[in-house]
Ligand binder design. Structure first.
Ligand SMILES: [Zn+2]
Length: 321
């Protein structure tokens, strides 16, 4: 309850402060947009945020959980410990001039911010700074943390930070993402496991001696077909999607290597594990049929989040104030 009191008491001071400092945050958002750094390479973006938080009196711990672009910024002391999550990674190939609704790359093929993590990182920091000013002005109890969580698009940052125990002393974590409406979202979100499936065959000249070859591409196609047929027999809540990463070099060389990335999602981690077990059978079956070998590697895995409905309701009320 203390955490909620902190949020409510601070609200009026923070509103005024954020209105006054609007241009500062717009500038930071534009800066992150221009840096457009992909997951785990957010060096300049993370440094810009870290430096700002340090100037604002936060104690900044950089290079957290073995990731150079992960950080924890802390202000205040004692309970409650309220944290805000900042993300600032871009996506490959989405370079875009600011303020243009049509596709118009700043630099063709370069990374860009597709779903607004420049806004995400900036507003998390703005909210933390504003809340901290209110905490000091009104002599409120508690600790404010800002977690810099890199590589959201790769599903990595928060997973490794969790494993390193950095959230252990935190009571409430607030996060947000740009959406089509201003609202507090506490609906369930899907668990997800990202995998890479590789096939190893035997190369041969495709015209001179194809009988000597065993095509890894054939295996991958068969695997993909099995996954496509499987889609009829999965829960309506499940999602399976993929991209082909490597399908060979030239048609006259039988590919001895092929690689596909497949992402599996469903409402719970257990349901995703079941899908994964079925996917492994599809990979092994495709390898058996084509006399190749399959290898499944887990790239990353996240569970369905546990949302706090009570905090969600308080926040929604504050937004409507
Ligand atoms: Zn996003």
């Amino acid at each position: 309850m203390l955490a909620l009191a902190l949020l409510t008491a601070a609200a009026s001071t923070t509103d005024a402060y954020l209105d006054q400092t609007r241009t500062r945050w717009e500038g930071m958002s534009r800066q992150l947009w221009e840096y457009a750094e992909t997951g785990l390479h957010e060096d300049r973006s993370a440094a810009a945020i870290e430096d700002l938080l340090q100037k604002e009196g936060f104690k900044v711990e950089r290079n957290v959980a073995g990731m150079p672009t992960a950080f924890i910024a802390t202000a205040g002391s004692g309970a409650p410990v309220v944290a805000i999550m900042a993300e600032y990674d871009a996506l490959p190939g989405l370079s875009q001039k600011p303020g243009e609704a049509k596709k118009d790359p700043e630099k063709e093929g370069a990374p860009g911010h597709g779903c607004g993590h420049n806004l995400l990182g900036t507003s998390a920091v703005a909210a933390g700074v504003a809340a901290n000013r209110a905490r000091m002005e009104q002599k409120l109890p508690g600790t404010i943390q800002i977690f810099g969580t890199p590589a959201e698009e790769l599903l990595l940052g928060k997973v490794f930070m969790l494993k390193a125990g950095v959230f252990d002393k935190t009571d409430v974590v607030l996060s947000w993402h740009p959406e089509s409406a201003n609202q507090v979202v506490t609906r369930p979100r899907l668990a997800l496991t990202a995998t890479e499936v590789e096939f190893f065959g035997k190369t041969a000249h495709a015209a001179a001696s194809p009988w000597l070859g065993r095509s890894a591409l054939d295996a991958m196609e068969l695997f993909d077909m099995a996954m496509a047929l499987m889609r009829e027999h999965i829960q309506p809540t499940a999602r399976i999607h993929r991209v082909i990463k490597d399908g060979g070099r030239v048609p006259n060389i039988i590919p001895d290597y092929a690689k596909i990335q497949t992402w599996l999602r469903d409402q719970t981690g257990t349901a995703v594990d079941e899908l994964l077990a079925r996917m492994r059978k599809a990979a092994d079956g495709a390898a058996l049929a084509t006399e190749t070998r399959a290898k499944v590697t887990l790239l990353a895995s996240t569970r369905d989040p546990l949302n706090n409905q009570v905090v969600g309701r308080v926040m929604q009320k504050e937004m409507e104030r």
